[in-house]
Design a protein around this ligand. Structure first.
Ligand code: HMG
Length: 465
């Protein structure tokens, strides 16, 4: 019985900051942001928004679009790293909002938790819920997995141009119309790391930027190695001698902290996969230099990053490899469409890879490509750190859903923030009852904290018409 994603709905806040304005204000060459990072617009939440109301807005859209009633849903998970409470899970806030529409106690029969592992937790949530259905524990009900986050970095930091905000709700069920997950091949890796973390009480993370980039590549590659082993063992994929498993995966969708990271991840993976194949000789000829090796190939990430000669040569090699005809062709065919949304929304942490999937489906469909039976390989990464690699196949019914996908229309009209407004919002100086944008048909936050100490963290939301 195939299980996977039947439909998805997105919510992106109506405010954004333009990368050119941002670059000018910060004294950065705008090309660095547009080309080096790959960002044009970063979505920002208004004064009356938080990750829970974005999650509820995406979920309500999904339910209304599919005419779902609460009784059709057996589980609701929210994966986020923007938690609002140390104890109360974000899905309970979401259910509270949905009850305003569907009635008090309307989700009482269901279950669910909030999941945390930086950006990868949405993938764990999908995996657990797919297995809940495979185990037939679902009593004919579907699951909803919501990924919702606000990516916020310190003012003036290098992470500041990789911000964003948004939520995606995914309907997980048997015989899905969009993507069915391949069974028995999901692969994970986990290790204690401090590449990116947000200690209690901090609104912004502590980041080791170059370390985090490199760790992401290594962890996804390791999870991919394990995926390859499982895919071959289960005969999901069969390889001839001169073939790479990447030849057999039609699309590759990875975690996107920023657009360029997707391209870098693909380059890293292909180098790793192709290096031992006959095609490598021709690639090296086109690149025009041998692939460099670090002074200590068995060294730590720190020692490799500190090996300046190697890092410089490796950057040069990577850039030349990314200019080869074979890389460009594979990139265009397998990844480019998944990156479109990232460039105009920014990092969504848990939601980034799923916004990439949403983007891939829409923009490949618009190229008139037949997507039926195409396999998507997913490379999910979460700092701290864990990676999950899995795959799924686009179902024959995909057109029913994908034909109506229109990112621009679904994001809706957005207002550009000037730098002053952005800094006020970032510094939490705006008032909840004086939002910058108009809210139509969506949940907004109206109050935090009651009148007594025991109600300190209580959050009140209304559905604004
Ligand atoms: P940076 O200091 O801006 O990096 O930090 P850079 O100086 O290396 O520049 C980036 C690129 O711009 C380079 O290209 C430059 O050459 C290019 P590359 O060598 O990489 O191909 N560049 C230019 N291009 C055109 N015209 C120019 C120009 N100047 C330079 N004039 C960094 C970048 C991403 C590290 C920083 O923004 C950061 O710390 N971000 C936050 C951390 C992050 O996103 N890490 C990603 C991996 S970890 C992850 O994905 C998990 C995460 O999502 C969290 C979670 O799991 O919860 C973050």
């Amino acid at each position: 019985m195939p299980v996977g994603i039947d439909d998805m709905a997105i919510y992106v806040p109506k405010l954004y900051i333009d990368s050119k304005d941002f670059a000018i204000a910060r004294g950065i060459d705008p090309h660095k942001l547009e080309i080096g990072i790959g960002i044009y617009k970063m979505a920002m939440v208004d004064t009356n928004q938080d990750p829970a109301c974005m999650a509820a807005n995406a979920c309500l859209k999904l339910m209304q679009k599919n005419d779902l009633k609460p009784l059709d849903i057996g589980r609701m998970y929210v994966a986020t790293e923007s938690a609002l409470d140390e104890s109360k899970a974000m899905n309970s806030f979401v259910i509270g909002m949905l009850e305003q529409i569907y009635g008090d106690g309307s989700f009482e029969h269901a279950g669910g938790i909030e999941c945390k592992f930086a950006c990868v937790s949405g993938s764990y949530a999908l995996y657990d819920n797919a297995n809940w259905i495979r185990a037939e524990e679902n009593n004919d009900r579907a699951a909803i997995v919501i990924v919702s986050d606000i990516a916020k970095y310190d003012l003036g930091s290098a992470g500041e141009y990789t911000q964003g905000a948004g939520a995606i709700a995914m309907l997980v069920k048997e015989n899905p119309r969009l993507v069915a997950f391949d069974p028995k091949v999901t692969s994970t890796i986990i290790k204690n790391e401090y590449d990116f973390y947000r200690p209690f009480g901090r609104e912004t993370p502590l980041v080791n930027g170059s370390y985090s980039n490199y760790l992401y590549l290594i962890q996804v590659k390791k999870a991919f190695d394990s995926y390859r082993e499982k895919a071959i063992k289960t005969k999901l994929i069969q390889l001839q001698e001169d073939e790479s498993i990447t030849d057999k995966i039609d699309y590759i969708s990875v975690h996107l902290p920023y657009r360029k990271m997707g391209e870098k991840a693909l380059a890293y993976l292909l180098r790793h996969e192709w290096r031992c194949l006959p095609r490598w000789k021709q690639i090296i000829e086109e690149v025009g230099m041998d692939e460099p090796t670090p002074k200590d190939p068995r060294g730590t990430i720190e020692s490799i990053l500190a090996d300046k000669d190697f890092m410089k040569a490796d950057d040069q090699f990577r850039k030349a490899f990314m200019r080869t005809s074979i890389f460009k062709q594979v990139f265009e065919q397998k990844m480019a469409s998944s990156l479109e949304a990232s460039a105009i929304i920014g990092n969504l942490y848990t939601a980034s890879m799923y916004m990439g999937l949403r983007s891939l489906l829409e923009f490949e469909y618009k190229k008139n490509i037949d997507l039926e039976n195409k396999r998507i390989g997913f490379g999910s990464y979460g700092s701290g750190s864990s990676a999950m690699v899995f795959s799924g196949v686009i179902q024959s019914t995909y057109k029913e859903i994908v034909k109506d996908m229109n990112l621009e229309k679904e994001i809706g009209e957005r207002s550009k923030l000037d730098m002053q407004e952005y800094i006020r919002l970032h510094s939490n100086e705006g008032k909840m009852n004086e939002p910058i944008s108009n809210s139509n048909n969506e949940f907004v936050l109206v109050k935090i904290g009651g009148n007594t100490a025991d109600k300190a963290g209580l959050r009140e939301y209304v559905f604004s018409n």
